[in-house]
Design a protein around this ligand. Sequence first.
Ligand code: PAF
Length: 284
Amino acid sequence: MIQVQLIEELKNNIKEAKFSNKSIGFVPTMGYLHEGHMSLVKQARRENDYVVMSIFVNPAQFGPNEDLAKYPRDLQRDSKMAKEAGVDLLFFPQVNEMYPQDGGISIQAGTQANILCGSSRPGHFDGVLKVVTKLFHLVEPKTVYFGQKDAQQLAIIETLVKDYNFPLEVRRVETVREPDGLAKSSRNVFLSPKERSEAPMIRKAIKLGHEHFKLNQDIARAKQITIQHIEDNISGKIDYVELLSYPSLTNDLLNDTDVILAVAVFFENVRLIDNMMWNIKERY
Ligand code: PAF
């Protein structure tokens, strides 16, 4: 595996891969890799000749009161895991390499960013769009891989790619879970032992809401059942429970829409998210 920090080195390697007609699969990450990231790499490996991963804790997507400084980092471990998973090229730039000067040009997410995580993280998705736009231009991938756990991010990136005709395909990759159902996340390390034992109830609550919706098509009741299960079993505080169309993330649930039941819960030192997506026609 080749490891590079500079854009110029990245571009040289990309040029070589393109010259050899290799299809490029790209997995953007913020590091502290876990099995969720590995499943993105596995799929990229299966579908491409050349796999690029980036590790960059992107300051543009952290708000002033967010956890940029304490975001977990372990480049040595990450690079070992990336190599073992079959990454060909690892790009881990410094902040001044990615953002040498600010020309004041920003990319703004649309209405999809005003709800769910976007309402408590103003500007977050603009920061995500800024970094992925830059990375997509640098890596020039044929296919990019994102996890369904970050469903709002995925929906907004799909919209960016469609609206601005990026010549690439976005793959939605299923969430990887712990044996007890908790979605894998770099942030799980911030849970206390008690919170860790409660956290799988988020998944259970979503499943109950989904089952209810399939029986009765009652949005308000499905949300209420999900909320109730969380409140009865988790000491953390609900940020949101929403049932929306996907990927437009609106309340207009048409007959042929994919829908998402999305949940976020605040624990003492971390906020966890999870979701389930299905087609509205799915019934019992
Ligand atoms: O999902 C992430 O890890 C980040 O938001 C991403 C897409 C790598 C952009 O920094």
